[in-house]
Design a protein around this ligand. Sequence first.
Ligand code: PHE
Length: 339
Amino acid sequence: MIEQVKKYIEEVRSFQPKTLDELEQFRVKFMSKKHGILTNLFKEFRNIPPEQKPEYGKVLNQLKSLVEQKIKSLKAQLEDQQASRTDLDLTLPGDSLAVGSRHPLSIVRREILDIFRRMGFIVAHGPEIEDDWHNFTALNFPHDHPARDMQDTFFIERNPDVVLRTHTSNSQIRYMEKHKPPLKVVLPGRVYRNEAVSARSHYVFHQIEGLYVDKDVSFADLKQTLLLFAQEYFGEHTQIRFRPSYFPFTEPSAEMDVTCTLCGGKGCNVCKYTGWLEILGCGMVDPNVLANVGIDPEEYTGYAFGFGIERIAMLKYGINDLRLFLENDKRMLDQFQYL
Ligand code: PHE
């Protein structure tokens, strides 16, 4: 038996596994509690003649500690080897994750809202499905105004009192009905008009409405706010100009132009050689509108402005067809960064 144990010692000494699996088989073979070689050899102890017992015990303990040592050191060694496998090429580029990108309209909307937020405006929202009061009547639209015609406005289920809002000005009314002045708010959203789809017009687009109502708000406040906005968004050398215009809900009303973002005012084909680009509509909130929402026009005045996000995105990114914003063509969308 002693010879047998010595043979095992030799076997263990020369054991050189290549994988952790082989080492595990070796461990089971020797150490398994039930049928492992060591267990069996220890069981044999009682059959060994008494005079051989000390010797047998000695070699057997040798074998045991050798097996234990061997397993411990080989395990560490094999795990090390596996971690530094040479068939892994660490210089290969990784798999890139498709993270998607922000829609250009979202990027522009966020940039614009950020500027107004920094000037103290709060961001709020109004509904897209609206009634006649909020979309038209409270905004001082006369009953025979052409915007109330089916040709210009989408009505829902032929009910003339339910429309898809034609502008974000409905949100002005809703906001003023709920909040008392002073109020300073920007209201972004999607708007609808019954128009044929082409490169220059669409039945759905986006606007941002601005509204400031307080004591002694003047047209000079409006001009200064919009000048700061234009210089912040289009660049510090941007200039603005106002042209008289008409909206039922503002008096006086104006259209605001900025110096062409492409040529800086010299004249090019984007500004049709005028040096100016029309950006937004604005004016002083009509006293009738304030009265309609229960704000005393003798005590308060306000200004409002509204502009299309598509128009600004088109100028910023040189996009020349409105339809591109809504087609969800990945080749278009992939050109914008994820922010
Ligand atoms: N609602 C107007 C439009 O859609 C824009 C506007 C808003 C004008 C606020 C003046 C004041 O054209």
